[in-house]
Design a protein around this ligand. Structure first.
Ligand code: BMA
Length: 339
């Protein structure tokens, strides 16, 4: 048993992520205006404070992105309803709102990759800011249906890399995590599957998507992704880990077999969409090891879970992908390394 804030026995055995005792750390009641739900925040450090770019869904059903700041990243949030990104309904790509931002800091610029809910379906958009007051739209990066995208904070031989999740319109083919390249942050290509969804009974069968932006570690880029298991009671969104080569992020060095965090606390199990944990941001502490992951819980509130980076790396390196069935294309079933 790992933790027991809810008074119920947890089935979560890994104990790698620890929910903050004051979870949920942000709810709709904390927001100045009347809103339905607050969830799936992007996260970064700005002016020495933790800054969350929170997906706020009002009673129209559409979402915008509102800034919330806090000195300790846990409490005393400052929320200005006017500070943030509002959907520009004159733009087709934001027709039904903007959602699920991932923030990548490059120098003193913050690149925000978010889902635009266009009249043609969800797609991947980019905006940038230096102050989280003024936001510059940089256009659509990927056409529908595509979401769960983030940029790496560095270029590779002069090229930007975007992780994203297009969905195939053909039934049964699954929704996999892809990687695309760009010279100008505008035109993307040289696209390939990075992390395929598994099949059958796996926790990450048929549908996976990136969580927070990739995090550079001594072992490579750490990736946290969600996997969606479909059950007769609905979908369960859980999180797993993978590691990418530092110089060539198309090389998957390791992928965990097991999920490392899933919906167990009552606020994760029940809400507008039950059984969802959905992080879009994480922040590494000054000690270089304490990772704070901010996540939407049940599409309704925001939770904080902390983990040891070293612990996560050890886990992904020692719980390698079982590809004995050869289900995962691109991985050698014997060595469990990319072919
Ligand atoms: C995904 C995204 C998220 C959402 C999740 C669970 O497809 O749209 O915004 O949190 O579903 O509903």
């Amino acid at each position: 048993m790992t933790e027991n804030q809810s008074g119920t026995r947890s089935r979560e055995q890994t104990g790698m992520f620890h929910r903050h005792p004051t979870n949920p750390i942000l709810t709709a009641a904390d927001f100045p205006q009347m809103v339905n739900s607050v969830f799936n925040p992007g996260a970064t450090v700005f002016n020495g404070e933790t800054l969350l770019l929170v997906r706020v869904e009002d009673r129209s059903g559409l979402s915008r992105l509102t800034v919330a700041t806090s000195a300790d990243g846990i409490s005393n949030w400052t929320i200005d309803a006017k500070r943030g990104m509002f959907p520009d309904t004159n733009r087709f790509e934001e027709h039904w709102g903007i959602e699920d931002p991932r923030i990548t800091r490059v120098g003193d610029e913050y690149l925000i990759v978010y889902t635009g809910y266009s009249s043609g379906g969800p797609l991947v958009c980019l905006a940038s800011t230096r102050d989280f007051v003024h936001f510059e739209r940089r256009g659509v990066l990927q056409s529908p249906e595509d979401k769960d995208a983030a940029l790496f904070p560095t270029t590779f031989d002069g090229r930007w890399a975007l992780i994203h999740r297009p969905a195939s319109a053909m039934p049964g083919l699954g929704a996999h995590i892809w990687l695309s390249w760009s010279l100008d942050l505008r035109h993307f290509g040289d696209t390939s599957i990075l992390l395929p969804a598994r099949k059958g009974g796996w926790w990450d069968a048929n549908k996976v998507g990136l969580g927070p932006p990739p995090l550079l570690t001594n072992e490579g880029w750490l990736i946290c992704y969600h996997g969606v298991k479909t059950t007769v009671s609905g979908a369960i969104y859980r999180l797993g880990l993978a590691l990418l080569d530092r110089d060539d992020p198309t090389r998957v060095l390791a992928r965990g077999n097991e999920w490392v965090f899933g919906p167990h606390a009552p606020y994760e199990r029940e809400g507008d969409v039950n059984d969802v944990v959905f992080p879009c941001g994480w922040i590494l502490g000054d000690d270089g090891d304490t990772l704070r992951m901010y996540y939407g819980a049940a599409d309704s509130v925001i939770g904080l879970a902390t983990a040891s980076l070293r612990g996560l790396l050890d886990h992904v390196l020692t719980h390698p992908c079982d590809n004995s069935s050869g289900e995962i294309p691109g991985l050698d079933p014997r060595t469990k390394r990319p072919t």
